[in-house]
Write a protein that binds this ligand. Structure first.
Ligand SMILES: Cc1cc2nc3c(=O)[nH]c(=O)nc-3n(C[C@H](O)[C@H](O)[C@H](O)COP(=O)(O)OP(=O)(O)OC[C@H]3O[C@@H](n4cnc5c(N)ncnc54)[C@H](O)[C@@H]3O)c2cc1C
Length: 462
């Protein structure tokens, strides 16, 4: 019966069940996660999304919004069966308003397509997650995603000006206004950014865009000491104009990536303790050259460092290749990995890395550390052998608990960009007391009294 009325709502070719549902809809990119559900729907307009949600209310059936399915915390995998609502057909960039510096885009638009379209208009959207070829704008907003340039530009939340949302009742609202400042009432837009599909379904977004920087420059610095690399992160982040990317790659990650790198990767043969990759973007070469001169002054005071400044786009690409090959390196040799994206204040980075070493030795596990250093969002990958996962799986929980506890003790958080979903729920109490969890639950109930929207995600049900 529900299947038939859904067919009437979105058209019979856009509703699927049983063997007609393609396998990819049962999982995302989360470690060891998949889930069953009953019906897949693919609406093509906000009115159709609203119609589907109204039916879910009427039939009291859970509905899980799905973007590009690249999430790594299980958010798009239904916890309580029901319906998966894929946003993939809402994929238009509706308008790009250069004078007012925003774009209006449907939530099922692939991130990379959005960035390209913005650049075709001579403008720039700098928050591009590593998954940009597959993730959707709506999924990025729902996770408050980030990218390597977020240390300078911020994460999605800094760019979302207004959202069209279908509430769990099926009603359609706009959360803000298409303006760059807004102090009118509660900031519902910010509440929906990072809400992981539990408060409403995002159908359109108004996103701030910037003038496109004319030039950029990339360099890699090699350190023989991790302490010096961490000190350099702090000192280099004081330089104006600020670098748009400051990525730390520690010895564990360099060793894993080395077999996948071109032989001419700078300083690989010198057995470095850490690399720091920096990128500057700007309107003129002069401004960037002045920043690089300041960087050399900073590095002169730090210790034994070697610096390679890319002179061509190819050399810049070579420097960044160490970040690109990491995905393949981490699944080589039958490894599987769990991505831990805790955040600490940048000044605590070195102490945090020391605490990770202690945890690594205590549990005898392989931890690979690299990522966004200037914003303290270093990614830690727990590598496990696929063959031994049945035996070693029990170790994951205590290792993660200790890592998150370390981050929180240092003044950090358990996730900087990947969210909570289902995989991280158990660790929320490390950071939030019962009062804070209760406030979040009450916000959920205010929007979704029947608990039909992505139930069982983000926070544990009371
Ligand atoms: C190789 C790789 C690289 C990655 N790199 C990065 C990175 O650099 N930075 C980063 O932040 N993340 C990164 N990620 C994680 C992931 O890509 C992001 O979390 C991304 O934002 C998820 O978008 P998605 O469209 O795939 O969402 P999905 O996985 O489909 O969904 C994620 C969550 O959002 C909800 N949701 C989706 N669409 C909507 C909507 N329209 N309305 C309401 N809720 C919705 C879902 O219910 C779910 O809870 C990476 C993942 C991979 C596999």
């Amino acid at each position: 019966m529900l299947f038939d009325v859904l067919s009437d709502t979105v058209g019979p070719l856009n509703v699927f069940r049983d063997g007609d549902i393609q396998p990819q809809y049962f999982s995302d990119q989360s470690f060891g996660c998949s889930g069953a559900f009953d019906i897949l729907v693919k609406p093509a307009s906000v009115e159709e999304v609203s119609g589907v949600v109204r039916l879910c209310n009427e039939y009291n059936v859970p509905v899980t919004p799905r973007g590009g399915g690249t999430g790594v915390t299980g958010g798009a995998i239904p916890a309580r069966r029901g319906i998966v609502l894929s946003l993939e057909r809402l994929n238009r960039v509706i308008s790009i308003d250069k004078r007012n510096r925003y774009a209006i885009v449907e939530s099922g638009t692939i991130t990379k397509d959005f960035c390209s379209m913005v650049e075709q208009h001579g403008m720039y959207f700098p928050v591009n997650p590593g998954s940009m070829a597959k993730s959707f704008i709506g999924g990025n907003i729902a996770e408050n995603a980030a990218g390597i340039r977020s240390c300078a530009y911020g994460t999605f939340v800094e760019f979302v000006m207004n959202l069209e949302v279908v509430l769990p009742s099926g009603e359609i609202i706009w959360t803000g206004a298409n303006v760059h400042k807004n102090a009118t009432g509660f900031n519902l837009t910010k509440l929906f950014v990072g809400s992981e599909g539990v408060l409403g379904i995002i159908t359109k977004a108004v996103i701030k865009i910037l003038p496109k920087p004319a030039v950029n420059k990339v360099l890699v610095i090699s350190f023989m000491s991790l302490a010096e690399a961490c000190r350099a992160v702090l000192d280099l982040s004081m330089i104006s104009p600020v670098a748009c990317a400051v990525e730390l790659v520690t010895r564990s990650a360099i060793e894993l990536a080395a077999p996948f790198l071109p032989a001419n990767y700078p300083f690989l043969a010198t057995d470095p303790e850490a690399f720091l990759i920096l990128e500057w973007e700007g309107s003129s070469n002069a401004a960037i050259e002045s920043a690089i001169t300041s960087a050399f002054d900073v590095l002169d005071k730090i210790g034994t460092v070697r610096v390679f400044v890319a002179k061509t786009a190819e050399e810049a690409d070579l420097i960044w290749s160490i970040r690109r090959v990491m995905g393949d390196a981490m699944v080589s040799d039958n490894w599987v990995y769990r991505d831990i994206d805790a955040v600490v204040p940048p000044s605590a980075l070195h102490e945090y890395l020391g605490m990770l070493d202690v945890i690594k030795l205590k549990y005898g596990v392989r931890l690979i550390c690299f990522g966004h250093a200037m914003d303290g969002n270093l990614h830690t990958m727990l590598l496990l052998s696929r063959d031994k996962i049945a035996l070693e799986g029990d170790i994951i929980d205590p290792v993660l608990s200790e890592i998150y506890t370390a981050a929180v003790q240092l003044g950090g958080t358990i996730s900087g960009e990947h969210g909570i979903g289902s995989l991280q729920q158990a660790y929320l109490p490390i950071q939030f007391n019962e009062k804070r969890l209760d406030i979040m639950r009450r916000i959920k109930v205010a929007f979704d009294p029947l608990n039909i929207l992505n139930p069982g995600k983000l926070m544990l049900d009371s």
